[in-house]
Design a protein around this ligand. Structure first.
Ligand code: AMP
Length: 397
């Protein structure tokens, strides 16, 4: 697979799928511009080559078909122009006579943004006729929206069919794909997966897929207690999914069968209610007394997990070890971030992704030390579940 860095796109009209789905406040100010910033290297590379860039993006989930102010990309234009370092030309529709004319007349180095592609209901249906029409606007297709790579939509997938010899990953996508392949296709052993977060139910498929691949699975966070209860421990009023007890047992059986070592917390930091100001204390062992709930892993668990993390050569971290948003219950999560950083310094490959663990690793101060932090929450999770992401598949096939 050729990198766009190996190609010069001078004189080409390049359709680029970017992820500009950023959060806005009530005054339509961008509150976190990470996703736009991540698209910049690809766009700048194309501008520097002398290509004309046609950016496609979605914003939110419009359902009516046609323009809806709430989901317009207009509030993004100014800031995106500043980050890209070039005034963005904006097109409110895609196939109107005027917009087709604008696309045709783009000069080398120009950057155009099409209004929210999801204003066309055909987009989310992967409609072939719509894809064909869209393909006429450019000579090359680049997908750089990893955050939307798990969607089989026109701009994230189907469009690639019309560029059999001119479809590429953008630089962000390329980075994600190379790292995900490194992680899952040929990991250096021992491979440890740290899986946390609130619920077993949201991680079932991830766990099932990881069991035969990894050597160790460390489980922490809210999902711990469903496992402990399934093993017969008292868990007080900790988070528990009663309907997943059998499943927890099955997963543990599967780990035994596959020789995958399961590490559960051996002690806990518990609280008498779900609040940072709650009374708190450490347990001696795995049991949680009635009236108390597990909010973080305990000191002995931290030490136990540390050893495994430092002995690992590949580490995947998905999901916090406790309620890290509350300062009194963040120690387990932040300590593990520190050990993963240390292990990475010693030569391990570390990957962090899939939602809250990314926020946690940034808060911990160790983000810079990780080998790879994925930018796509849902996409990363689906990849870990062993699913083929349409955004990747359509470019590679
Ligand atoms: P997830 O989105 O499934 O990765 O879950 C992340 C959330 O799990 C975070 O907001 C944490 O606060 C929460 N969490 C972690 N540990 C616990 C716990 N022991 N009890 C309740 N929630 C937890």
């Amino acid at each position: 697979m050729k990198s766009i860095n190996d190609i010069n796109f001078k004189g080409k009209k390049v359709l680029v799928r970017v992820d500009f789905n950023v959060p806005l406040d009530e005054n339509k100010n961008i509150t976190d511009d990470t996703r736009i910033r991540e698209s910049v290297p690809t766009i700048k590379k194309l501008i520097n080559d002398g290509a004309a860039v046609i950016m496609m993006a979605h914003f939110g989930r419009p359902t009516k078909g046609g323009f809806e102010e709430e989901f317009s990309l207009i509030p993004i234009i100014k800031h995106a122009s500043e980050l890209i370092g070039k005034d963005i030309i904006f097109s409110q529709d895609i196939f109107g006579e005027k917009s087709i004319e604008v696309c045709k007349n783009l000069k080398d180095g120009d950057v155009l943004l099409l209004e929210n592609i999801r204003f066309y209901p055909e987009e989310t249906k992967g409609d072939l006729a719509f894809a064909e029409k869209l393909s006429k606007l450019g000579d090359v297709y680049i997908n750089d929206a990893f955050g939307a790579a798990h969607r089989e939509h026109v701009s994230t997938a189907t469009l690639a069919k019309f560029f059999p010899n001119d479809k590429y990953f953008g630089l962000l996508m390329e980075h994600e794909v190379l790292n995900l392949q490194k992680l899952m296709n040929n990991p250096t052993k021992p491979f440890t997966a740290i899986v946390g977060g609130s619920k077993v139910s949201s991680k079932i498929d991830v766990l099932k897929n990881l069991i035969p691949i990894v050597d160790n699975i460390i489980i922490g966070g809210g999902m711990t207690y469903t496992f402990l209860k399934a093993m017969g421990f008292n868990i007080g009023k900790s988070l528990c999914e009663e309907d997943k007890l059998d499943l927890a047992k099955e997963l543990m059986e599967e780990m035994k069968k596959k020789n995958t070592k399961l590490l559960l917390p051996i002690d806990h930091l518990i609280a008498d209610n779900f609040s940072n100001e709650a009374n708190r204390k450490y347990t001696e062992n795995q049991t949680i007394p009635n009236g108390w709930m597990g909010m973080d892993i305990g000191e002995k668990s931290i030490e136990l997990f540390k050893k495994t993390i430092l002995d690992s050569k590949t580490i995947l971290w998905n999901g916090p070890m406790g309620v890290f948003e509350m300062s009194n219950f963040s120690k387990g999560t932040f300590s593990l971030a520190e050990f993963i950083a240390q292990s990475t310094e010693n030569g391990a490959f570390s990957a962090v992704g899939g939602g809250d663990s990314v926020a946690a690793v940034h808060l911990s101060g160790y983000a810079e030390k990780m080998s790879y932090i994925s930018t796509g929450g849902g996409s990363m999770l689906e990849y870990l579940e062993g699913k083929t992401l349409p955004g990747i598949k359509y470019i590679l096939e």
